[in-house]
Ligand binder design. Structure first.
Ligand SMILES: *[C@@H]1O[C@H](CO)[C@@H](O)[C@H](O)[C@H]1NC(C)=O
Ligand SMILES: [Ca+2]
Length: 353
């Protein structure tokens, strides 16, 4: 991406210089031309300051057509699991049928420090909105090929999980619209709470109309300098919309990429069309080179993400009963007060007569 920006700037600059030199408008001051040229040069210099110098597609970590050998040959770099099947056009993790679980996992441990993963996926089915489920997940985790309740993968996982959640399990919270894409970093003890759509452990996310979309749907995960950004493109505009941005996220190396999905009572087709991994080449300062390697994933300043799920706002019913009991309480107090006062008055009367 960095390369593309620079190249387009250069060509823009070149064409502008040409225009300048052969400007037919003799009355346009040469100074203005110079001015604009300098401005373009400056913006180019700014663009160059973007951290990425170059990016390379790493085929050994990518899953793309024609999926040669996938699921059959011992030489494939990916394994299929559960209901996952491969066709010429996609890897289908689950079909639009109840109670299925499927996954695809890379066989090669991943050691790059700065990278970008572009996922082309498709979720569609017969069910009407909110009568479909459950979504899919993209992984970079210590373990691979495990079954479980988190979109078909194990819970208490260690590593990164990105969830495209298409079903609102927690129907009491109305804080987000679905499908909702979210990020979680598991450390082996942290649990994904399916009944609350993972709210308590989520680090960020966004709503994205990624189901039954008429456009191709993509997500982009970029991890560099311990900063993870998640972007989505689901509106057919060929532009990335920011979804989550998490700094100080420390991810060990040697983990595995994967994608998984599960259906329950509700279902959808969950397809992966491609997962393309790009290595980002950055210039590093000596301190960054010495940056400690972590063994357990963690986020610096985790406090900022901690939400207290119990501390929810009062629901209407709770509010009604609280009010009712308050009124009753005040009533009882008033009656008791009156009785005590009455008796006290009576006593006083008795004393004086
Ligand atoms: C995982 O994270 C949670 C929440 O931040 C923390 O309470 C727990 O101790 C961590 N576990 C490990 C093994 O680091
Ligand atoms: Ca859900």
């Amino acid at each position: 991406m960095g390369v593309a920006v620079t190249k387009s700037n250069q060509s823009r600059l070149r064409s502008f210089s040409v225009l300048c030199s052969m400007s037919p408008f003799k009355n346009v001051p040469q100074l203005a031309c110079l001015f604009v040229t300098v401005f373009i040069l400056m913006s180019q210099a700014l663009a160059d300051k973007q951290e990425v110098v170059e990016e390379f597609l790493k085929r050994e970590y990518s899953l793309a057509k024609p999926y040669r050998g996938l699921g059959f040959s011992g030489s494939s770099q990916w394994d299929l699991m559960g209901t996952a099947v491969v066709t010429t056009d996609y890897v289908r993790l689950t079909p639009d049928l109840q109670s299925r679980q499927g996954a695809v996992w890379s066989r090669i441990p991943f050691f790059l420090r700065d990278w970008e993963l572009k996922v082309h996926f498709k979720i569609y089915g017969q069910g009407k909105k909110n009568f479909n489920g459950d979504g899919l997940a993209i992984w970079l985790t210590k373990d691979r090929m495990k079954n479980g309740p988190v979109f078909g993968n194990m819970n208490e996982f260690t590593g990164l999980g990105i969830f495209v959640d298409t079903y609102p399990n927690d129907d009491k919270s109305h804080d987000r619209a679905f499908p909702y894409i979210s990020v979680m970093l598991g450390n082996g003890t942290l649990s994904y709470d399916h009944d609350h759509d993972g709210r308590s452990a989520g680090l960020g996310g966004c709503t994205a109309m990624a189901r039954n979309a008429i456009f191709d749907t993509f997500l982009l995960v970029r991890y560099s300098r311990n900063r993870l950004t998640l972007m989505v493109d689901v509106e057919g505009k060929q532009e990335w919309k920011e979804c989550a941005d998490i700094s100080g996220l420390r991810l060990p190396t040697g983990y595995f990429f994967g994608a998984s999905s599960a259906t329950g009572d509700l279902s959808d087709n969950h397809d992966i069309i491609s997962m393309k991994l790009y290595q980002l080449t950055l210039e590093r300062t000596p301190e960054e080179e010495e940056d400690e390697e972590v063994t357990i994933p963690r986020v610096d300043h985790m406090e900022q993400f901690e939400v207290n799920v119990q501390d929810e706002e009062m629901s209407g019913v709770q509010f009604f009963f609280t009010l009712l009991f308050s009124i009753l309480g005040v009533g009882v107090l008033a009656v008791v007060g009156l009785m005590v006062y009455g008796r006290w008055k009576e006593n006083r009367r008795k004393r004086f007569y």
